[in-house]
Design a protein around this ligand. Sequence first.
Ligand SMILES: *Cc1c(COP(=O)(O)O)cnc(C)c1O
Length: 232
Amino acid sequence: MSDDELDRADPLSGLDATRAAIAEACARAGRSTDSVTLVAASKTVPREVLGKAVGRGLHVYGENRVQEAQAKWPALRAEHPGVELHLIGPLQTNKARDAVALFDVIHSVDRFSLSEALFRQGEKQGRRPKVFVQVNTGLERQKAGVAPSDTDMFLEICRGKHELDVIGLMCIPPVDEPSEEHFVQLREIAERNGLTSLSMGMSGDFASAIEHGATHVRVGSAIFGNRAYPAA
Ligand SMILES: *Cc1c(COP(=O)(O)O)cnc(C)c1O
């Protein structure tokens, strides 16, 4: 059978291998498997596949867009109240209300106006999602995230003035550089700020991220196969 045929036969063909690779990386790093949360990056993955994934014990999902998540998740979550929903893509300030209503964790807090909008919505809705601050470790112009040198100050605002429940830092390393130096950098910034959660590592580099301390790996294509179309 070719890979394509395998994918058609089982839309979750990579799930077992991903779980095994996470367990192996944890063992190599001398960490317990429980210390890493697999966040299944489910952009473009259709609802019926997600239903199957929940059935296979996958309970934490990361979506990139508020609108797509609103279309896919409310019905599924009503059936499966144990599901945890994370926003891993960029968040527009005018979507803060919907994001606070829908998501348990937001990985992409990266500017003052967004931090403030989340604070206001948290007060209004009486809901306080956990958040990660996204750091642009590669200082890439096109990429979201706070500059590493601004992160300490930004964290002070999020945690102090805006009372956000900041649990850690997130990064997306540049595609054309080894990820390791970015993982190391993110961990250093987290440690000096007393933060214990690190959202780093995707399909291509989650094992290395775990060896560098990742607590949340965001894995899409390794579980679900290649996406039918790219989602920004
Ligand atoms: C899509 C996405 C991922 C997962 O990427 P894969 O390479 O498919 O594992 C992780 N993080 C973010 C922010 C994403 O948008």
